[in-house]
Design a protein around this ligand. Structure first.
Ligand code: ADP
Ligand code: ZN
Length: 614
């Protein structure tokens, strides 16, 4: 008899109820259906395939194959399953030949509930033969394809090997498949369905909102100084990720933070693999390490208590931004997504795009995506509304983003924009921004005189605005595609897009007044521990003791701390102070295996006298 999913949820994972659509998805998969699951980070995708896998295994000894793109991800998932008493393993290049052979033996013997492997392994002919053997023996329970957006070549994590995964369906059409991702605009969704042959799969689309994340975009001035202030102002000693575009900037930023007393480690593809692994381990296992990184870092980072994600450079598109910022606050506690954004970012991204080798059709797609991101940055209204709209969701102003908390004052830059466009035109589209601003502001520079630009009708017509204001106007025009910079000609400004229509119109162009770039007070929104209420002094003290104990356990077992117990679980223990194993079992996140392994120790910690100092 198939064990019921709620039973497994309680017994193995220690949770009392399913979240969102988890229950429905699990029932669908257990009934043999294919599923395409779109859920934001932290919503609980893993359980959607782990619970059916456990149910199937208990029923028939079958194994579920999980396709996962990263070794680190497999490692942590398997460690977490072990702590919950589930037989899981991974096959990847990190295994010795002996370990590999042993895992394969266990697989074929039907001992495993879940097997994690990379796409290139899964589609390898030797592995397909093993799968066929399992299938013939009735031991192939299902396929789960994690991070399914890797199949999309428009996305930021494209993995060519993912496109080969349709072979699973061709060879084993009767084995149910579930594909999962935290990122998917309409285009990516279609790509997943197409390339993975999941056209007939039922789609489960959860809300993409991450209510506990506070979004904020500041105007870039002295980016590193702004970053430091942002970290000191509310994130001192907390774990966070800082994204930069180049390796050099990653190194510089890490150095600067360390010089200023913040523990930061660099991570990028140019570092030795051992160094990368060491830094990643420290980030995962220690409290309060800041990782400065290129986008090479992050996919599959399951660390639940990342309190902020900062962007010092513009990401490529909204999917990238959403995915990267989504690594903050998986535990549901308040977290910050902070970005410094300036004219240079716009110019750089536009130039990279136009200068790339991509074909015109591809570029068209990329342009659309960049435009959407720029519109998000320039927005003077709720960021979340815009972000969710991009994923096809309607929502009301959120009250938890910079624009909601501190509505920006705007001014109409329509007239100024028209002056700027016409000045670029008068300068024969042959000069960079500095010179054009000089002409507008009526500055008698040597260059202005040399080209006789003081005789232009646009000379001095913009003296009322500061250079910084002009930069903001230009940024907006580049963002909206009416001005392009030419990277092959000293970044001279050229007119483009709908500039003619705009210049003869009276269209307004709302621009924010340069905001004071500090963190506005914000409504702390929590989706997790808040419901439980705060701890008193004694509770705090117990929480710290539990945390110290957890750190020891994690080190001893060589797993990340959250694999032992999450913060929410420790919080609940500190609050409820369970006195018996039965009471402890009621706490969320305490399943049978953990109760058996850690129960007595936790109870001892709870009853221990608060101070044993002589
Ligand atoms: P995702 O893969 O979607 O980012 P995870 O599967 O890692 O999210 O789950 C995020 C966190 O939520 C994990 O700590 C997980 O144990 C917890 N979680 C998942 N489902 C539930 C549930 N039904 N009740 C309580 N906690 C849950
Ligand atoms: Zn908002």
């Amino acid at each position: 008899m198939l064990e019921s999913p709620p039973q497994i949820l309680q017994e193995v994972f220690g949770y009392g109820e399913f979240r969102g659509e988890q229950g429905e998805i699990i029932d669908h998969v257990l009934a043999g259906g294919d599923a395409l699951v779109l859920m934001p980070t932290g919503a609980g995708k893993s359980l959607c395939y782990q619970v059916p896998a456990i149910a199937r295994h208990r029923e028939s000894g079958g194994v579920t194959i999980v396709v996962s793109p990263l070794i680190a991800l497999m490692h942590d998932q398997v460690a977490a399953l072990h702590e919950n008493g589930v037989e899981a393993a991974f096959l990847n290049s990190a295994l010795s030949p002996e370990q590999f052979a042993e895992t394969r033996r266990r697989l074929l013997a039907g001992e495993l509930t879940l097997l994690y492997a990379a796409p290139e392994r899964v589609t390898h002919i030797d592995f397909l033969v093993d799968l066929a053997t399992l299938h013939d023996a009735g031991l192939l329970a299902g396929f789960a394809i994690d991070e399914a957006h890797c199949v999309s070549q428009w996305g930021h994590d494209f993995r060519p090997e993912y496109t080969g995964l349709s072979v699973l369906h061709e060879r084993f059409p009767d084995v149910p498949r579930i594909a999962l991702t935290a990122t998917a605009d309409e285009l990516t969704r279609e790509e997943i369905a197409k390339h993975l042959d999941l056209g007939g799969a039922r789609r489960f689309v959860s809300s993409f909102d991450r209510p506990n994340i506070h979004y904020c975009v500041v105007e870039k001035r002295e980016a590193k100084r702004q970053l430091l202030n942002f970290i000191r102002d509310g994130h001192d000693g907390e774990a966070g990720i800082v994204y930069c575009l180049s390796r050099r900037k990653v190194e510089e930023t890490a150095k600067w933070l360390n010089e200023n007393g913040i523990v930061a480690l660099p991570y990028h593809a140019g570092l030795d693999a051992n160094v990368r692994r060491r830094h990643q381990d420290r980030f995962l296992r220690e409290d309060g390490v800041v990782m400065t990184a290129t986008i090479a870092f992050g996919m599959g980072i399951d660390k639940p208590d990342v309190r902020f994600v900062a962007h010092l450079d513009l990401p490529k598109n909204i999917e990238g931004y959403y995915q990267e910022t989504g690594r903050a606050g998986r535990d549901g506690d308040p977290a910050d997504a902070w970005m410094a954004y300036g004219l240079q970012d716009v110019v750089l991204q536009r130039n990279m795009l136009e200068g790339s080798e991509a074909g015109e059709r591809h570029k068209q797609v990329l342009r659309g995506k960049l435009d959407a991101l720029l519109a998000l940055c320039e927005s003077t209204t709720c960021r979340r509304v815009q972000l969710l709209a991009y994923f096809g969701e309607h929502s009301a102003p959120c009250g938890n983003c910079d624009n909601c908390v501190n509505p920006p004052e705007t001014w109409d830059a329509g007239e100024a924009a028209r002056k700027l466009l016409s000045c670029i035109y008068r300068c024969d589209q042959n000069f960079g921004s500095g010179h054009v601003f000089d002409v507008l502001r009526g500055k008698q520079t040597e260059k202005v005189e040399r080209f006789g630009h003081d005789r232009l009708s646009t000379f001095g017509i913009g003296a009322d605005l500061s250079e910084q204001q002009w930069r903001a106007v230009l940024r907006q025009l580049i963002a909206s595609g009416m001005v392009r910079t030419d990277p092959d000609h000293y970044n001279v400004l050229r007119l483009a897009g709908d500039w003619r229509e705009f210049i003869t119109s009276e269209q307004p162009l709302p621009l924010r007044h340069a905001a004071v770039a500090t963190r506005a007070p914000r409504a702390a929104k929590s989706t997790a521990t808040e419901d439980l209420g705060p701890l008193d002094a004694e509770g705090e003290e117990l929480f710290e003791r539990l945390r110290a104990w957890r750190r020891e356990q994690a080190e001893e077992r060589d797993v990340p701390a959250y694999v032992i117990f999450g913060n929410a679980t420790l919080h609940e223990i500190a609050l409820k102070r369970p006195a018996t194993l039965a009471a402890l079992a009621e706490v969320k996140g305490v399943g049978d295996a953990k109760l058996e392994n850690f129960g007595e120790q936790v109870l001892e910690l709870v009853v221990a006298p608060a101070a044993t100092v002589e």
